[in-house]
Ligand binder design. Structure first.
Ligand code: GRF
Length: 208
């Protein structure tokens, strides 16, 4: 069981929707399994359920809508909010925005993301559905460092399951979420934090 101290890394979650991965991370922190603080949640979608989830846990939650803003202007606002939260590292959990190379290069900490496929296979949208349509025997999810590409950064951890022939795209997507994503994201963050504490990470894995 991890002990929380003031020196623990300060992480923020970026999300756009329901927030089930955010919930898995918050649960792991609350259970003392992750030696970090979640200092805030930032969503680009007004009324995203992840915001209420965060507030119900006493965590600051802010919306930075992207509509009507150029990417640079939106990211500038996001950066300002994250900085005001004191965030060091960013955990993307269903954040439906491509983060620009400029944002990545200027953010001083690490950025992690979770994606519902065994990268580098099936990057991009609707990955679970496309795995179903491709009839892959093994499907999975990946936690990776964020670089300037789409779901293309260095892999930190992957998990997989055996696809069932009768479950359909929705069934596969649901199992990927609950049986793989919610399991591997907290584990990957734990791995990340362990390596960070040991100085065992490259200094700039998220730089293009
Ligand atoms: C997850 O499948 C995640 O891998 C992908 O977006 C989805 C977000 O789901 N990037 P949730 O909001 O965490 O429930």
């Amino acid at each position: 069981m991890a002990t929380r101290t003031a020196e623990h890394p300060r992480c923020a979650i970026l999300a756009s929707g329901r927030g089930s991965n955010a919930r898995a991370l918050l649960d792991a922190v609350a259970a003392g399994q992750l030696p970090c603080s979640i200092v805030g949640v930032v969503a680009n979608v007004v009324d995203a359920p992840v915001l209420e989830l965060a507030r119900s846990r006493g965590i600051r939650a802010e919306t930075v809508p992207h509509k009507g803003l150029a990417r640079e202007a939106h990211e500038e606002h996001v950066r300002a909010v994250l900085t005001s939260m004191g965030a060091q590292h960013l955990l993307l959990a269903g954040y439906m925005r491509v983060v620009s190379a400029d944002f990545i290069q200027r953010w001083p900490g690490y950025l992690l993301n979770i994606h519902p496929s065994l990268l580098p296979e099936f990057p991009g949208l609707h990955a679970a559905e496309r795995q179903w349509e491709a009839r892959v025997p093994i499907a999975g999810a990946t936690v990776h460092f964020v670089d300037a590409g789409v779901d293309s950064g260095p892999v930190l951890l992957q998990g997989s399951l055996v696809a069932r022939g009768d479950e359909g795209a929705d069934g596969l997507a649901a199992r990927l979420l609950t049986e793989v994503e919610h399991v591997i994201y907290p584990r990957a963050v734990r791995l990340f934090l362990d390596r960070l504490a040991r100085g065992a990470l490259p200094p700039t894995p998220n730089r293009s």
